[in-house]
Design a protein around this ligand. Sequence first.
Ligand SMILES: [Fe+2]
Ligand SMILES: [Fe+2]
Length: 259
Amino acid sequence: MILLAQISDTHFDLTPRNADRVTTALGYLERLPRRPDAILVTGDLTDSGTVAQYDQARKVLSTDIPLHVLPGNHDDRANLCHGLLDIPVPDGPVNRAVEVGGLTVAMLDSTIPGSGGGALGEQTYAWLDRLLDRTPADGSVLIALHHPPVPMFSTVVDPIRLADPQRLEHTIAGDDRILGVLTGHMHAMGTTLFGGRPLVVAPSVASAIGGEWEVRTPGEVPIDYAPDPSVVLHAVEGHRLTTIVRTVPMGGRIAVQPC
Ligand SMILES: [Fe+2]
Ligand SMILES: [Fe+2]
């Protein structure tokens, strides 16, 4: 069994609050009796993409568990590459792939510089096609990106979801090796199907955003900073993806049921 942890939307903003929440979430993962094989952070690492925010992210995300990140709309490609990934800034999207115990995780850059919305361009589709071409016929692939490709009943995120997702959906539907799609951006946990596979939208470590049913007046952003952070644990066994959400109490663990 491969165990992949996912956290999302950490929004490092130089305050201790968001950093403490990530530290708590990472500490939970690091102390598990069965530690994750890798941790995936699905975008919006920082709140506004500054160099200082990536410095904070680098310090707080320090862990001996392999950790992989992809950009979100609040990130800055150049500062992300220099400040966290230690790679040259590519001329275009920051697409990367990682192998986790035989599982291929394709991390797509769905950002559009200067925009909150998402899209996958020709470069990214060509990159994904090449990756799939060299993936073994009996391999397993997860596709990860920041923007959900379908409406998730969020008045905040739906208008800035992934645009024109039909080509991605077609690729997924036609390739049995693709087990599912992982995203962030919504600041809430959500699942549905996309291309006939599970689409798992991870909650934010930093805040929760309610669905359209929480909006009392048009334009209100139903954001909630009170809930404890959550992590998502993806167990991959054979070609089955099983996803478990775990809320991590900021106050610590209670191991004995209170009377
Ligand atoms: Fe976010
Ligand atoms: Fe986002």
